[in-house]
Design a protein around this ligand. Sequence first.
Ligand code: NI
Length: 415
Amino acid sequence: MSKVLKNALVLKNDFSFEKRTLYIENDRIIDFAMGEVEDLDGMLIMPGLVNTHTHAGMTLFRGVAEDVDLNDWLFKYIFPREDKLTEKDVYIGSLVGFMEMVKHGITTFVDMYFYEDAIYQAAKDIGIRGIVARGLADTDEKGEKKLRLAEEFIKKHRDDDLVKGGFGPHALYTCSMDYFKEIIETSKNYDLPVTFHLLESPDERANFKRENGIESVEFLDSIGAFEKNTIIAHGTDLNDDELRLISKRGSTLSYNPISNAKLGNGIAPIKAAIELGVNVTLGTDSAASNNSLNIFSEMKFGALLQRAKFHDPKILKLEEIIKMGTSNAKKSLPFDVGTLESGMLADLVVIDLNNFSMVPMENMLANIVYSFDAASIKRVMVGGKWIYDGEFLTVDGKKVIEDFEKAYSEVNSRL
Ligand code: NI
């Protein structure tokens, strides 16, 4: 099945814009194809955005823990609620999370949560691409079982082009050192993403060092945790030496500026990370700490925070921040996403140029980063298939919200 998208302005790899025709065959962009022609005059096509750190199912907890610190947020509000979640809840929560992402132009996600089958099904039902990394922790005796299930899930979906499994050791404060090591060793048998929270809050470094006599990063490096397909979430408290090491090992850092700021965890050292050659991407984290799932917002806020911190309006230039939201993620993922070249996956966003946020067209990159209005997103394609066209083409949006409200009430009634 081929598609020809003509007359749209296309964001190219070199960050210039050109009115050109995109040819799509099956799930990829190719050099030429005959097929159904669609006229997209007045529209801009850009690559779909990539959200490299999220917990989609936590839309059910949007607004439940406001104005509290990370410790209370996690242990007093979130974990007790997570104990009460059923597989059905996680399905509907993830469905809403993925819909919100798609409406904001996100076409690829990296999720870490539990009930992986439900998350997988939600992603498939929407038609969004992603990695479902089962969250792993051994704070109870079920750690081994979880790892076994994660591995089974990974094997089952290894050949799925749209949604694949991954490893999600939650953090060093929820996984014992032996367990973390076992997960990393197991992950070496698969060329798939490994993702974990690291140095998210100021206390984390000192706590780990006090309890274990070794620095978190030193320990993780000793077990080979910083591979090319490792995605480190947050890293708010990483120092230059640690960034240098991460750069050398080739891991990716997922910068989550809004979640970090909202929970009062500080500003990640992104200026230094980039100078030291670390591959940086963007993540929303969950709707419980963000509270929206929108990478356009992360681009803007992420750039502004670094500039404010260093009193420097020249850091995180437009091209740099757009790469963080799109193409940089490819390094750590088993998907050819993030640019619109021939051979890449046809994951793209169609934006209406007749929107106040996009005019004048003096500096289109600046419009994308600094004035963007998600209402200008008209259509979203993943793998050559339109999944959103003003409304969802894959699910009944109204019914999903009804089911979501019902699940939300049920979770609360179990508390
Ligand atoms: Ni997180």
